[in-house]
Write a protein that binds this ligand. Structure first.
Ligand SMILES: Cc1cc2nc3c(=O)[nH]c(=O)nc-3n(C[C@H](O)[C@H](O)[C@H](O)COP(=O)(O)O)c2cc1C
Length: 447
């Protein structure tokens, strides 16, 4: 079989996994501020031939709930958030093939800064870098970054389009053969092959010339995870890897088809875009073994974890209101950030005005609701069905605890996927693009 699954580790440079309660898991490592912690994850993922280790990021701890961080730090609800870039570099030092990706915000960083940071990482990893483009989520981030409130949703994406033109423009401003470095002639680089960008947009300006030459894979791989209509259009234009929250939901196939259509609408080949669904996997030696592990994990989450992460996600304070009372039209209209959370709860509850309780029951933030639980056969069957049935091209695998969840997946499931011919037995090459089957982009190919 030609088409093979893409595997991404869904990591955080923080005190827990996607599940805030994971730090309380009996087998969780607690040295999450050390390089050794991340290096162990890197080694496990590379042993499992993962294409990419990806760090999500947010520029604030969740404190929208009750406008207070007391509960966040008390219960360890993603309250530690280190900068993912240096963390990723600690992982680069102990790996040679694993791709390394991190989130960088278009709303709170400057395009020149992002372009330079990720181009540098691409050199330092010999072409293994990826950048996840996010427009960020909430007011907490705005307040930490010198703004009063988060910018409106679609405007964030309009600004992000310009941001991309600058980043890619800078990455393309050195020709591949611009460097000469000839000590005899004294010529360092060919000035005809290094250009200024001179970008003047509505929101951003950047002159150049850029200060980092092109890397082995041309430039870092672009990841995007927009779930809204505007977000998907943005992904269609720019993304080479798309993260979808479609998971294992029946709608995943629709989401997959619509994301591919967005790429086609932009004149791009959808087969050069890998759509990876976020998924939590609890793998064991057998189905019973995995179910026992799941039972252990289900004991961990607290209701406050969910309330806190929901408040963070939709930028709305659920505190001091009756959990059972329907949210008013005005309250629902005031939600911002991840609006797909609101829309999916309205759809799944069948209510125009769902209550906070509906949000808790339907949305999975903070707990594990839709994990794939099983031994090698059950997990592989589920992944195969989604992959072959065109619900995705691969998976962003979230862990229930670190490092055990990845170690179990690599030990029990990866060999079975390889046996079925669904997953590569080894890396195809040295760069992330080679391993994802993506060509080195020609200068200006994105235009
Ligand atoms: C796998 C995955 C990873 C994501 N990582 C981040 C992240 O690191 N930081 C962030 O602010 N948002 C992250 N998001 C959220 C998306 O970037 C996006 O903001 C969200 O899905 C809402 O979509 P919209 O902006 O199109 O409404 C992630 C989403 C998914 C599915």
């Amino acid at each position: 079989m030609d088409r093979q699954m893409v595997m991404v580790g869904f990591l955080q440079a923080q005190n827990c996994t996607n599940i805030p309660a994971s730090w309380r898991h009996p087998e969780s490592r607690t040295d999450f501020t050390t390089p050794e912690y991340y290096q162990e994850i890197a080694r496990v993922l590379e042993a499992g031939k993962f294409h990419l280790a990806f760090f999500d990021d947010r520029l604030a701890m969740p404190d929208r709930y009750g406008n207070d961080h007391a509960h966040t730090v008390e219960y360890g609800i993603r309250c530690v958030k280190m900068d993912p870039v240096p963390v990723m570099m600690a992982m680069a030092a102990v790996t040679t093939r694993l791709g390394l990706g991190a989130t960088g915000s278009t709303t709170y960083y400057e395009p020149f800064h992002i372009a330079r940071t990720f181009a540098t990482i691409d050199h330092m990893t010999h072409g293994r870098a990826a950048w996840n483009v996010v427009t960020s989520v909430n007011d907490g981030e705005a307040l930490n970054m010198g703004r009063a409130e988060h910018i409106e949703h679609d405007l964030r994406y309009d600004r992000a389009d310009e941001f991309m033109e600058i980043v890619l423009g800078h990455w393309d401003s050195w020709d591949d053969d611009a460097l000469i470095v000839d000590k005899k002639s004294g010529r360092f680089a060919d000035p005809k092959k290094v250009r200024r960008l001179d970008y003047n947009g509505q929101y951003y300006h950047s002159r150049g010339p850029f200060t980092v030459p092109r890397s082995e894979q041309g430039h870092p791989v672009i990841i995007q995870a927009g779930q809204s209509g505007r977000g998907k259009r943005f992904a269609g234009r720019w993304a080479e890897v798309v993260f979808s929250s479609g998971g294992i939901a029946p709608r995943a196939k629709e989401i997959y088809a619509s994301l591919r259509e967005e790429a086609e609408n932009c004149g791009r080949d959808p087969n050069l875009v890998s759509i990876c669904n976020a998924i939590t996997i609890v793998a064991g030696e057998s189905k019973t073994d995995a179910e026992d592990k799941m039972a252990e994990i289900e004991k961990l989450p607290l209701e406050i974890d969910q309330l806190s992460l929901l408040a963070e996600g939709v930028n709305f304070d659920f505190a001091n209101r009756d959990l059972e009372a329907p949210l008013t039209d005005a309250e629902l209209a005031s939600f911002s950030g991840m609006l797909t959370i609101r829309d999916s709860v309205i759809r799944a509850s069948g209510k125009k005005n769902p209550s906070t309780r509906d949000f808790i029951n339907i949305n999975h933030r903070g707990k594990v609701t839709d994990a794939v639980v099983g031994g090698p056969k059950e997990v592989s069957d589920a992944l195969e069905e989604m992959f072959v049935g065109r619900a995705c091209d691969g998976f962003v695998v979230a862990a229930t605890h670190i490092p055990g969840a990845y170690a179990d997946f690599v030990r029990y499931v990866i060999p079975e996927l390889q046996r079925r011919g669904l997953y590569h037995r080894d890396y195809a090459g040295a760069t992330l693009r080679e391993n994802l089957g993506l060509p080195v982009p020609a200068i200006g190919a994105w235009k």
